[in-house]
Write a protein that binds this ligand. Structure first.
Ligand code: FO1
Length: 323
């Protein structure tokens, strides 16, 4: 596929859905024209290890070493450490494969030696043969807590241990007000022709990124295109639709577009949701319709290509005055 050297692109990504489109973009756009900014609100300490699930999911996907079934963790994994840990009475709810453990051990060691998440991610990407810049949204600790009927839950407790069962009432991103964007984050946005919000969970993957002081403001006046994480009222993976319902919003592509609101120039939604395009347009956001499913690897590059083409069209068209 022709390498797209023209546009400078920044992609905002969270978990598995975001990693897929980020991987598709990386297949098309050269490293000097694509920067991926990743959510770190899911990070947490477990077994004394500092774990960064979304950074690892994006890196593993771009390195082609991700587990294709789950989307997270490593392929060709073994579970000897976990089996022995559990046999000795350790917690079994968060599965850490033997290969994956190497990442968490080394990240924890480096953090303890005073390195930043950005420095660590850069070195890990080099080791994994990833040339595209992958930046944590911040080097400061930001923790997503989910307000539920059972009280506040750390994100991974909610997402993995409790399997997203508790009813959600809200979210708190602890530490976000004092946090700073990681080195290169604002610069990459200011230099970008096109910002792509990947089909990640708007509540717990994209909102934390936008909440880091300076990031949302940096998007003002830029061409920002989001890909819907909801098709036909359902999330492709994860609790996004359930979260909308529990937050009192009927889940739909339209509601996601309105959730992102005025930062969006355009919103890419699945043809299943064609009937909502008029209302998206009425919300001041340009609707773009295509097949947004990425079940197979080649579909990642196909959707990435279309997203870039939509972005190029917007860049050529005179932009309406952004509010
Ligand atoms: N998700 C699960 O549903 N179960 C797990 O046991 C699990 C382990 C795990 C280990 C490392 C890692 O990087 C991710 C892991 N995830 C697991 C996924 C993770 O909870 C989510 O991918 C993100 O936090 C949200 O997308």
């Amino acid at each position: 596929m022709q390498k797209n050297k023209r546009l400078k692109i920044v992609a905002l990504a969270g978990g598995v859905g975001g990693a897929k489109l980020a991987d598709g973009l990386a297949q098309l756009v050269s490293p000097d024209c694509l920067t991926i900014i990743v959510n770190t609100g899911d990070d947490f300490e477990h077994l004394g290890l500092y774990i960064s699930p979304d950074l690892d999911t994006v890196c593993y996907n771009l390195a082609g070493i991700n587990n294709p079934e789950t989307g997270w963790g490593r392929r060709n994994e073994s579970w000897n450490a976990m089996h022995n840990l559990v046999a000795l009475g350790g917690p079994d709810w968060f599965n850490l494969g033997d290969n994956d453990l190497g990442t968490h051990l080394e990240r924890t060691r480096r953090l303890g030696a005073g390195q930043t998440l950005s420095q660590i991610t850069r070195d890990f990407c080099h080791a994994w043969g990833i040339h595209h810049p992958i930046l944590p949204m911040s080097d400061d600790v930001i923790q997503t807590w989910v307000d539920t009927e059972q009280g506040q839950l750390l994100f991974q407790e909610y997402f993995v241990r409790l399997k997203c069962q508790p009813r959600v009432k809200g979210f708190e991103f602890r530490g976000i007000k004092k946090a700073a964007p990681a080195p290169g984050v604002l610069e990459s946005i200011f230099q970008a022709d096109l910002i792509i919000i990947c089909p990640s969970n708007p509540w717990v993957s994209i909102q934390p990124i936008l909440g880091v002081p300076g990031i949302r403001d940096a998007l003002t006046g830029r061409v920002v295109v989001a890909v819907s994480p909801i098709i036909g009222g359902q999330a492709l993976k994860g609790p996004a639709a359930k979260m909308y319902r529990e937050m009192g919003i009927k889940p739909s592509a339209l509601k996601v577009a309105q959730h992102y609101g005025s930062i969006l120039s355009a919103f890419i939604m699945d043809s299943t949701d064609q009937s909502q395009a008029g209302d998206v347009e009425a919300s001041g956001i340009r609707p773009m319709i295509t097949n947004i499913l990425m079940n197979e690897i080649p579909e990642r590059a196909r959707l990435a290509k279309e997203t870039i083409q939509f972005g190029e069209m917007l860049l050529r068209a005179p932009l309406k005055e952004k509010s």
